[in-house]
Design a protein around this ligand. Structure first.
Ligand SMILES: Cc1ncc(COP(=O)(O)O)c(C=O)c1O
Length: 285
C-alpha cells in the first residue's frame, strides 16, 4: 500500500481526496517535480526544488516552502514506502475555488500532493546492461511555455502516445523550422565527431535538472566538447549518437529513430564516458 502526502498529512493513497473544484483538476493549473532517489539518496534535490519554486512564481502561485520542508516530506515518503529506486512526485496546484472561472482567485489555499513511485534502477555504465531506446519523431505542437513544468501535460501526453502507439519508447519533437526541441518527457542530444550538442534553453523546452547536472559534470570532469545550439532534423538523422535525459532515465542512448539505426545502430563510446561520469558525480548535486 502506498502512503502519500496531501495537505500536511500522510495517508494511504486510497484515502487521499481533493475537491472536484481544484484548479489542478479543472485547468491543469499547477506545477510539479519528479526527484529520483536511489537507496534513500535523493539526486539533484536542491536544483529540483529551485525549479519548482521558479515555476510557482512564474504562474503566480504564492507558495514557497523551504528546501528543509520539502526534504522532510521526501524523506518521510521514502521511509514509509521503502528505500528502493523511487521517484518522488511533488505537486502544488493553485487550489480549490468556489466557481470555475479562468482568472486566478484570491485567497485560495494551494493543494500540496506528493507520492513515491517505482523507477528503474540507476543506469549501469556498461553498454551491455543499458536499454537502447527506439523513438518516433513528430512536430512539436505544444504551447510556447514549455520551460514551465506545468501539470497541464496533455500536449506531452499526446506526443508520447504518438510513439507509444507504434511500439516506440519515446517521441522526439521538432519545431516548425525542423529543429530539435526535446522529447515528450525528456531532453535530447546528439553526438557528432565526439561533440555533445543539445538545443539551447528557451521557451521550447524544459530546463531539465538531469541536463543541467550532465552538462556541468562533463564541463568539470572531462574534455568532451559541448555545444548548446540549434540542432536540425538532418543532424539528428546523421548523428553518431543520440541521447535522452530525464530524472528517471538518467542518460538513455537512442539506437533507432523512425525505424532507422542511429549511427551504426550500437550504443556509442561517448554515451559510455558520459554515463560513467554521471554515475560518479550525480550525488554531488
Ligand atoms: C518535457 C520534459 N523535458 C525534459 C524533462 C527532463 O527533466 P528532468 O531532467 O528534470 O527530469 C522532462 C522530465 O519529466 C520532461 O517532462
Amino acid at each position: 500500500m502506498s502512503i502519500v502526502f496531501l495537505n500536511n498529512e500522510f495517508m494511504p493513497m486510497e484515502e487521499a481526496k481533493i475537491s472536484p473544484m481544484d484548479r489542478g483538476f479543472l485547468f491543469g493549473d499547477g506545477i510539479y517535480e519528479v526527484i529520483p532517489s536511489y537507496d534513500g539518496k535523493l539526486v539533484g534535490f536542491g536544483p529540483h526544488i529551485d525549479r519548482m519554486n521558479q515555476g510557482l512564481e512564474m504562474i503566480g502561485i504564492q507558495f514557497n516552502w523551504s528546501h528543509e520542508q520539502w526534504q522532510s516530506i521526501c524523506q518521510q515518503l521514502i521511509e514509509k514506502n521503502g528505500n528502493g529506486n523511487l521517484g518522488l512526485y511533488l505537486h502544488v496546484s493553485r487550489g480549490a475555488d468556489e466557481k470555475r472561472f479562468h482568472a486566478y482567485p484570491d485567497n485560495v489555499e494551494p493543494t500540496v500532493y506528493a507520492f513515491a513511485f517505482d523507477i528503474p534502477a540507476a543506469n549501469i555504465p556498461d553498454k551491455s546492461k543499458v536499454k537502447g531506446y527506439r523513438v518516433a519523431t513528430t512536430q512539436d505542437l505544444r504551447w510556447q511555455r514549455c520551460n514551465i513544468k506545468s501539470t497541464a501535460l496533455l500536449g506531452n501526453v499526446m506526443h508520447f502516445q504518438h510513439g507509444h502507439g507504434q511500439g516506440y519508447n519515446e517521441t522526439i519533437l521538432f519545431n516548425a523550422e525542423n529543429n530539435l526541441t526535446e522529447g515528450s518527457a525528456c531532453n535530447a542530444y546528439i553526438v557528432k565527431d565526439g561533440v555533445v550538442i543539445t538545443p539551447p534553453l528557451d521557451h521550447q523546452l524544459l530546463p531539465g535538472i538531469t541536463r543541467h547536472m550532465l552538462l556541468d559534470i562533463l564541463r568539470k570532469h572531462s574534455d568532451i566538447k559541448i555545444e548548446e545550439r540549434n540542432v536540425s532534423m538532418e543532424e539528428v538523422m546523421s548523428a553518431d549518437e543520440v541521447w535522452l535525459t530525464s530524472s528517471s532515465k538518467e542518460i538513455a542512448p537512442v539506437i533507432e529513430i523512425d525505424g532507422k539505426p542511429v549511427g551504426n545502430g550500437e550504443i556509442g563510446d561517448t554515451w559510455l564516458a558520459a554515463q560513467t561520469l554521471y554515475t560518479q558525480h550525480k550525488h554531488d548535486y
